[in-house]
Design a protein around this ligand. Sequence first.
Ligand SMILES: [Zn+2]
Length: 151
Amino acid sequence: MLPISVGEDIGEMMHHNAPRCTITLHKAPFMSSNLYIPKICKHCGNAFTARTTVTKYCGDTCAKKAYKARKRKDKIQATLDADMKQKNEVVEVHNPNAVNNKDFLSVTEASQLIGVSRWTIQRMIQQGRLKAVPFGRKRIVARWQIENLFN
Ligand SMILES: [Zn+2]
């Protein structure tokens, strides 16, 4: 009975010791080093002693709070970015200068540019005061012609 019992004990010990050994080896560089680094918590500003060079916070609570604060900041920034983007798009769509930046205008755009009705432009084309070039189904008026009216 004795050899069997001893053998069982050794087996048990080895079985239990093996994983513990592995853990110790893995944690050795962090836990068993005698690092005591005086640091200031990045969240609450309290002084604390860090055991690793990468520790930024005095404890889990601060680490979690800082993480949440960072997330919140990211979210606010994302919202701001989205707002800015939306604003820019609106400006583009309602840009009152859109017509002013074109060199060639449709009859409608030409009428918008000088603030008259389309029919006024049509009449001016018929009278020969504006030269319109057929462009597909539309007629295009060169912008300089409209500016010439005022010279
Ligand atoms: Zn802290």
